[in-house]
Design a protein around this ligand. Structure first.
Ligand code: NDP
Length: 483
């Protein structure tokens, strides 16, 4: 053994005498419990996994930066948008939604598109998808929806009956279902897809004036998709195809990039727009609110360690910075709680102090203790607030901006219930070839559904979006259009 090789140690730092043979009573054994190095090795190995994310379990990540290309400081005081040319480091995690940690990358599924900006006023997490809308618009339906995407409790198999039963009874899903079943439902790589904040957020400028905002990351590699037959073959031959592609591209210096644009809506428009702008199953037409470029995101560095960085990364749409706030979007409001809660359960109460999640700016809180507190836990400094010890204090300039609310507290849906115009608009903007593939994909996905009642109910939704859309799917399934 070469002299300059580092000594192997136990996890408590003592040199290890033998890492090949456990201590046994005689050469045959049994093994002695006094071999604490063996006990520690086996026990730690049993604990190598943290709970898998219930959704977005399979992911790939990369480091990079965001650079401002256009001055939008009249809309937001967020420091990451402060001046043209300013760069902010970031970490991105892409993911599929429904599959487990080892599942195939090239399945038909939305892709998570989560960005953590390490701004100089704290972290800002933009936790979106590669689609501008979502299947449901109220967080109260989320656990039920995800159950339909997961495995049947008895057979442990995916269950198309549950999928289409839920969608056919939740017509607000039609827009996202149409996007999912279109060519863009299986991106060629993680580099060849757009990203969206999906929800409406609020931007606030230095004067305290607000606007509603939506984010669009447009891929500079161009949108490219996989034909279903190619995707199916890859899913079997190389389940990590997207993960591998992203890592290799960055390793070879072929850095993927996205242009970030926003749509800006004046606050008062929200009361009069023809769709509810907070309903995440709808887009804002770009003819009404055109895209305004604000910057560019580049991914230029691979993680050093998958678990430490990608698996332990914790994103939450509630991780805001001054100048960026929540909107009343009901799906967002639920996510503001659910994501942080998932990470407190999955990674622990101190997940935000792990290196991948730790803000690059100074953190001064009165939080103390908790499992896995790895820093000095505030030392002997003052541990309550208010205090007369000169401890960190609030700054009124950073209060969340106020806004008017009204109406009765009640369990009610959004006022606007047109679930059909926008999916129809999407169908109508597709080319004939794209429509044919969309119909083929939907027919193929619905064929295994056992109940004709479910199929007919769903055909009715396609028909209401566009009669041609409904008729072609009904024909493909050999069914009639319901009354
Ligand atoms: P526009 O014609 O102004 O915009 C159409 C949008 O659709 C563009 O953003 C385009 O983006 C995108 N698009 C084009 N082909 C596809 C496809 N096969 N799958 C998904 N998106 C596609 O019209 P509107 O803004 O009035 O929107 C019309 C419809 O377009 C909407 O109902 C919605 O379904 C869809 N759409 C709208 C978006 C929005 O934010 N307004 C965003 C994405 C889709 P690209 O550069 O990618 O081609």
């Amino acid at each position: 053994m070469s002299e300059d090789k580092k000594k192997l140690t136990t996890s408590w730092g003592a040199p290890v005498g033998d890492n090949q043979n456990s201590i046994t009573a005689g050469s045959r054994g049994p093994t002695l419990i006094q071999d604490v190095h063996l006990l520690e090795k086996l026990a730690h190995f049993n604990r190598e996994r943290v709970p898998e994310r219930v959704v977005h379990a399979k992911g790939a990540g990369a480091h990079g930066y965001f650079e401002v290309t256009q001055d939008l400081t009249s809309y937001t005081k967020a420091s990451l948008f402060a001046e043209v040319g300013k760069r902010t480091p970031l970490f991105v995690r892409f993911s599929t939604v429904a599959g487990e940690n080892g599942s195939s990358d090239t399945v038909r599924d939305p892709r998570g598109f989560a960005v953590k900006f390490y701004t100089d006023e704290g972290n800002y997490d933009l936790v979106g998808n590669n689609t501008p809308v979502f299947f449901i618009r109220d967080a109260i339906k989320f656990p039920d929806f995800i159950h339909t995407q997961k495995r049947h409790p008895q057979t442990h198999l995916k269950n198309p009956n549950a999928v289409w039963d839920f969608w056919s009874l939740s017509p607000e899903s039609l827009h996202q279902v149409t996007i999912l079943m279109s060519d863009r439902g299986i991106p060629a790589t993680l580099r060849h897809m757009h990203g969206f904040g999906s929800h409406t957020f609020k931007w606030v400028n230095a004067e305290g004036q607000g606007v509603w905002v939506k984010y669009h990351f447009k891929t500079e590699q161009g949108v490219q998709n996989l034909a279903p037959e190619v995707a199916a073959k890859l899913a079997a031959d190389n389940p990590d195809y997207h993960t591998e592609d992203l890592f290799n591209a960055i390793a070879q210096g072929d850095f993927p990039s996205w242009k970030l644009s926003v749509q800006i809506m004046p606050i008062e428009d929200a009361d009069v727009y023809r769709f509810d702008p907070f309903d995440v199953t709808k887009v804002w037409s770009q003819k009404d609110y055109p895209l305004i470029e604000v910057g560019r995101m580049v991914l230029d560095r691979n993680p050093e360690n998958y678990f430490a960085e990608v698996e332990q990364a914790t994103f939450s749409p509630g991780t805001f910075v001054p100048g960026i706030e929540a909107s009343p979007d009901k799906m967002l409001q639920g996510r503001l709680f659910a994501y942080g809660d998932a990470h407190r359960y999955r990674v622990g109460a101190n997940h935000q102090s792990l290196p991948i999640n730790r803000p690059h700016s100074e953190v001064n809180t009165y939080q103390r203790d908790g499992q896995m507190r790895a820093d000095n836990n505030g030392g002997g400094s003052v541990y309550y607030e208010p205090n007369s010890a000169g401890g960190p204090a609030e700054s009124a300039a950073h209060k969340t901006s106020p806004y008017e609310v009204g109406g009765a507290a009640d369990s009610v849906a959004y006022d606007h219930n047109d679930h059909y115009t926008q999916p129809g608009d999407l169908y109508r903007l597709l080319s004939e070839e794209e429509r044919t593939r969309l119909v083929q994909t939907i027919v193929g996905a619905m064929q295994p559904v056992e109940s004709d009642e479910i199929k007919r109910r769903q055909i009715g939704h396609f028909y209401k979006a566009d009669p041609e859309y409904g008729i072609r799917i009904a024909e493909g399934l050999g069914l009639s259009i319901p009354e």
